[in-house]
Design a protein around this ligand. Structure first.
Ligand SMILES: Nc1ncnc2c1ncn2[C@@H]1O[C@H](COP(=O)(O)OP(=O)(O)OP(=O)(O)O)[C@@H](O)[C@H]1O
Ligand SMILES: [Mg+2]
Length: 269
């Protein structure tokens, strides 16, 4: 018998501040595929929210809408209490929403500094001018890595020669370079060793403690999700079916809700 199924209201009552992000009743179809059928999620400053669910549940679609990759058919999306005006990923970036992509999107032959600033040349601060100035980039890179407690990472080695965990850290550093309010991770610990996953967990917590809101899509229920997040939203068939406080739930209970093993729990949301 599952005992710790908190209702959405209970969980949300714990944090009354205006959420950084609030998505309500979002619907999104791709042709005849109803990817989202009334999905909701709130993200507060300082909070790590996990989005979990089986393959095809709609997790990536929801975070892609959050990040401006897709629009949505109906529902409400607000940022700090205001309706979000997001028509592209660039709009989301400008509003302080950054995504760390699953494939990391790093260039293996370039070093950490080059990867951090890749493609940002013309969107960076005015003092950049039209070309990247290496010394200034190195200073800024070092600042960001120090803020992430990663001061020991090499700035000059090609990232292709780095471990999976180190590459993940560079991808995260790249996302926080322009001081976002919300960082979205889609499967940050997939393909990472246990110790590298622990490092990512610590890093996610450091960012949340700095006041960022963090959204993590993860299938790593038993380790990452229950141990490194604050709240868990369970999705099934494009809608929320349960919400848990991470400290009050076991991996088994979360998995049950994901696959529909206990309808009484699933309908609690
Ligand atoms: N660009 C797209 N075009 C058409 N259908 C899509 C597209 N993106 C997602 N879908 C469909 O929407 C549904 C939800 O997919 P989504 O990628 O959001 O699931 P997910 O929860 O992230 O799954 P996974 O755990 O496998 O990554 C699936 O049925 C998927 O096939
Ligand atoms: Mg996905």
């Amino acid at each position: 018998m599952v005992k710790a199924a908190a209702t959405r209201g209970d969980v949300h009552a714990a944090n009354q501040s205006t959420p950084l992000i609030s998505m309500r009743n979002i619907r999104k179809s791709f042709g005849s595929v109803h990817a989202l059928q009334g999905a909701s999620v709130d993200v507060h400053a300082g909070e790590v929210v996990a989005l979990v669910g089986d393959n095809g549940a709609g997790k990536s679609t929801l975070v892609k809408i959050m990040a401006g990759v897709f629009g949505f058919d109906s529902g409400e999306y607000s940022i700090e209490g205001q309706p979000a005006k997001i028509a592209s990923p660039a709009d989301a970036t400008a509003l302080g929403i950054q995504t760390v992509y699953q494939d990391l999107a790093l260039c293996n032959n370039l070093d950490a500094v080059q990867n951090l600033f890749l493609g940002r040349e013309l969107t960076g601060p005015a003092w950049f001018g039209r070309r990247i100035r290496r010394a200034e980039c190195e200073v800024r890179a070092r600042e960001v890595l120090t803020r992430m407690r990663l001061g020991q990472l090499s700035l000059t080695r090609p990232v292709g020669a780095m471990s999976g965990g180190q590459r993940q850290n560079i991808a995260i550093a790249r996302s926080i370079l322009w001081t976002p309010k919300v960082v979205i991770f889609d499967e940050p610990t997939a393909a990472l060793s246990h110790s590298a996953s622990e490092q990512v967990s610590a890093l996610v917590r450091t960012l949340a403690n700095d006041g960022l809101g963090i959204v993590v899509v993860s299938h790593d229920i038993h380790n990452f999700v229950v141990n490194a997040t604050d709240r868990i939203e369970v999705m099934r068939l494009g809608a929320n079916v349960a919400s848990f406080k991470s400290s009050e739930v076991t991996g088994e209970q979360v998995v049950n809700a994901m696959v529909g093993g206990n309808e009484a729990v699933n309908l609690a949301g």
